[in-house]
Design a binder for this molecule. Structure first.
Ligand code: FAD
Length: 461
């Protein structure tokens, strides 16, 4: 007689997408077992290594993820690099279904001369550096200059601007790494320009991040009134959230501040500004050619109106002297295993509602599925959608549950042979407790361990 066995699901990546997908599957099917594989010895992806240290409230999702990880039908296997330590095909053989949710770990390049000069960093590396991502700890950014230019006007760009400009006393109480704190304490950066191709109506940040900039202690905005010509008129035809964002921007940039705000601004020692209608053309080198001394920008004008307006070159160029350039023009997913279909133009796994095209039993969720946009709530929704596709396919028989699958039992032998030692969730809890007590001793919520080697030492002690 037909009997179906308990569905075994494998999830690759333990960021929000991995955890929200796992959560939905476990909740919807009382018989499903979910294993989450993670490259690093520590879970939570960009919640740990992306979200800014001064956004502790955003990291509360970790509590929900921890509940999922501790569920009796969920297991976490960290320190396993899928594509290297175990292949996706091996996982597909061991599980009824595999969900790829390994995020977007690379960054888009500007593709301009001088991009590789010293003093030019990607936001991905800079963020990874101050958030303790092991692979970015050697970055050691030079903050000895007066002016920094950030290319891009999204939330990540504003995170970076805030971290560069925040008073050290604020950062001291966050989980920013100690080496980053020490470097920022000595920083000479006084001016941060946040450069975008288009205009005030097209900035890509959200209102929360803009409000934080407007209120950032010790800083004042310094924007060009001419950039806002005609904006009030144009605002009549844009959607409400965009309207509110632009109104705040207008108020911050142009309105004569009240007395209290004037007082605050007059004491400010650091300045920030959005620069609009500019595209990077070339990173300019110092006379000895060893490092960056500025950036050449092309001046644009807008064609069309509203959120979809396009930047068009005017032919005019402008040089901006600066010693630090951070390009924040987007993260990018990579291919981790040649057997997986990959759209290298869009840099995503091609899918329909999370079903990887042409491969039964293979799914994707999160930034790997949608591209690197949106907040955690967006990632949650698209992960629930993927989980629903998977559950529908189990119910309809598209995912065949009639043969039993060994799950992790058939992977553990492979890992042993390859000298890979998985880190369990209880092991992460040891790391977590070392980090929180190290932090507590110096008035921080956490002091992160900065190398994989040291993480593993804590686990195997
Ligand atoms: P990720 O979070 O990147 O998770 C992917 C996981 O897969 C990682 O743990 C990674 O180590 C793992 N992995 C990678 N390769 C492999 C492999 N080969 N094998 C096994 N595992 C692998 N959203 C907000 O709501 N609020 C914020 O304040 C906010 N701030 C942000 C700041 C920055 C700098 C960035 C970049 C994003 C921010 N976001 C914020 C957005 C949020 O982080 C994303 O929406 C979300 O993390 C995407 O989830 P994900 O699971 O797809 O990817």
């Amino acid at each position: 007689s037909f009997s179906s066995c308990s569905p075994k699901v494998c999830i690759v990546g333990s960021g929000p997408a991995g955890f929200y997908t796992a959560h939905h599957v476990i909740k919807a099917r009382q018989d499903a077992e979910v294993d989450i594989y993670e490259r690093l010895p520590v879970p939570f992806g960009l919640v740990r290594f992306g979200v800014a240290p001064d956004h502790p409230e955003v990291k509360n999702v970790i509590n929900t993820f921890t509940q999922t990880a501790k569920h009796s039908r969920c297991n976490f296997y960290g320190n396993i690099n899928v594509g290297k330590d175990v292949s996706v095909e091996e996982l597909q053989q061991a599980y009824h279904a595999v969900v790829l949710s390994y995020g977007a770990e690379d960054n888009r390049k500007m593709g301009i001369p001088g991009e590789d000069l010293a003093g030019v960093y990607s936001a991905k590396d800079f963020v990874g550096w101050y958030n303790g991502l092991p692979s970015c700890q050697k970055l050691n950014p030079d903050l000895s200059c007066d002016t920094a230019v950030i290319l891009g006007q999204g939330n990540v760009a504003l995170d970076v601007a805030r971290i560069l400009l925040s008073p050290i006393n604020i950062l001291k109480k966050t989980d920013i790494t100690q080496p980053a704190l020490e470097a920022l304490e000595k920083s000479q950066v006084r001016r941060v320009l946040i450069v975008g191709r288009r205009g005030p109506i097209q900035i890509a940040c959200t209102i929360k991040e803009l409000r934080e900039m407007a209120k950032l202690p010790g800083t004042r905005p310094e924007m060009l009134a001419a950039d806002f010509d005609g904006i009030t008129e144009a605002l009549k035809n844009v959607p409400r959230p965009r309207k509110r964002l632009t109104e705040l921007l207008l108020k911050t940039a142009l309105e004569v501040p009240n007395e209290e705000e004037q007082e605050r601004r007059s004491k400010a020692s650091r300045v920030w500004a959005f620069q609009f209608f500019r595209s990077p053309v070339e990173v300019l080198a110092s006379p000895d050619k060893t490092r960056t001394a500025g950036i050449r920008l092309a001046v644009n004008r807008l064609e069309g109106s509203g959120e979809r307006a396009q930047a068009v070159l005017t032919g005019e160029l402008e040089d901006v002297p600066c010693g630090l350039i951070i390009s924040s023009i987007g993260y990018k997913s990579t291919l981790i295993d040649p057997s997986v279909p990959f759209d290298s133009h869009k840099a995503i796994v091609p899918n329909i509602n999370g079903r990887v095209q042409q491969v039964a039993g293979l799914y994707c969720s999160g930034w790997l599925k949608t591209g690197p946009t949106g907040v955690i709530a967006t990632t949650m929704n698209n992960s629930f959608d993927t989980a629903k596709s998977l559950l529908d396919d189990m119910a309809s028989g598209t995912v065949d549950l009639s043969a039993s699958k060994a799950g992790f039992h058939s992977i553990t032998g492979l890992l042993e042979k390859r000298g890979v030692k998985p880190v369990l969730f209880s092991d992460w809890e040891k790391i977590d407790s070392v980090e929180t007590s190290k932090g507590e001793a110096i008035g921080k919520p956490r002091e992160k361990i900065l190398t994989v080697q040291e993480m593993l030492q804590v686990v195997h002690k």
